[in-house]
Design a protein around this ligand. Structure first.
Ligand code: ATP
Ligand code: MG
Length: 292
């Protein structure tokens, strides 16, 4: 288990200046046996997560949205697999956001996100998300052209406007019963290189490598700037960002499982209870069954 105080340190405080260079992607707990200790508690943590999800599902009031953003090879897919392995598939789903389709480009950028936002009782993971609109699109402003926005609406303030729209969208979801947590898997440029090389050198991993990943790596500094600004502008009380060290996969997986469990338990502490009338009906049903 990771120290809860440490988990709090990963949270981006609203209104505070944020510099990713102050966050160590290679952070891990101190001590030779720290990794072993964290991994040992992982199985128990997954059970706690499952138990929390059952309550959320049974309550059928709140929903959970996990937004996952990262550079390539930061471990998004592995993280999704790990977290999902502890959940009941009936109550969760993952949505991966790719380059927008023509139909999606014909609508506002939040349209496709709203359509797949979680239903009550459900956990939804956004693997990439609406944040691509202030990351990849900001790093490659020519993508804005494809969106065919009316020219006079595309001004210097467009990114600020998008942060506002995103904050308002998330506030709307929060006010309607969605708990939102946003995870940035913070991988270092050196670790990305190691993982790319591993994908190139291991035949079973070749399929994971795309030449485009190398092109995007050339824009690393631009991405870091875009992430800095975005994290600072959109970490709010109702939808906080967590900057999670991702050079060590076990750290990222343990941290996210713990943050997710804690978040669910804030809104679903117990199973729904049954009132006196319903209890009477249950007792009658029982008598009927017994006397069959
Ligand atoms: P992996 O490579 O691990 O399978 P991935 O999330 O990188 O996962 P890809 O299909 O490789 O999946 O990439 C999806 C691409 O779609 C990313 O390059 C991302 O930047 C791009 N994308 C997502 N949303 C948008 C958007 N709104 N506008 C432009 N590009 C986007
Ligand atoms: Mg990719």
């Amino acid at each position: 288990m990771l120290d809860p105080k440490r988990l709090e340190k990963f949270r981006v405080k609203p209104g505070k200046i944020l510099r990713l260079k102050d966050h160590d992607p290679a952070w891990q707990p101190e001590g030779k046996t720290a990794q072993e200790a964290v991994e040992k508690t992982m199985a128990g943590n997954m059970e706690k997560l499952y138990e929390a999800q059952c309550k959320l599902y049974a309550k059928d009031e709140w929903s959970i949205l996990v937004v996952l953003q990262a550079m390539d090879a930061a471990g998004k897919d592995g993280l999704v697999k790990h977290v999902m392995s502890g959940l009941n598939p009936q109550g969760c789903n993952v949505h991966s956001f790719k380059s927008p389709s023509p139909e999606e480009l014909d609508h506002s950028f939040l349209w496709r996100c709203m359509k797949v936002a979680p239903a009550r009782g459900q956990i939804t993971i956004f693997n990439r998300s609406h944040y691509e609109e202030v990351l990849v699109v900001k790093v490659h402003p020519e993508y804005l052209g494809k969106q065919r926005l009316p020219a006079r609406l595309v001004t210097k303030t467009i990114w600020k406007e998008r942060y506002e729209d995103i904050n308002n969208f998330e506030q709307h979801l929060a006010r309607n019963g969605t708990k939102i947590i946003k995870i940035f898997l913070n991988v270092s440029k050196e670790e990305q290189k190691r993982r790319f090389l591993d994908r190139l050198d291991t035949p079973e991993k070749n399929w994971k490598f795309s030449l485009g990943d190398l092109t995007e790596r050339r824009f690393w500094d631009d991405y870091m700037r875009a992430y800095d600004e975005m994290l600072e502008a959109t970490s709010t009380k109702h939808a906080p960002w967590f900057v999670i060290p991702a050079d060590h996969k076990y750290v990222a997986r343990a941290a996210v499982a713990e943050i997710l469990t804690k978040t669910i338990l804030e809104v679903a502490t117990e199973y729904p209870t049954v009132g006196p009338e319903a209890k009477l009906a249950l007792a009658e049903a029982r008598t009927k069954l017994i006397s069959e």
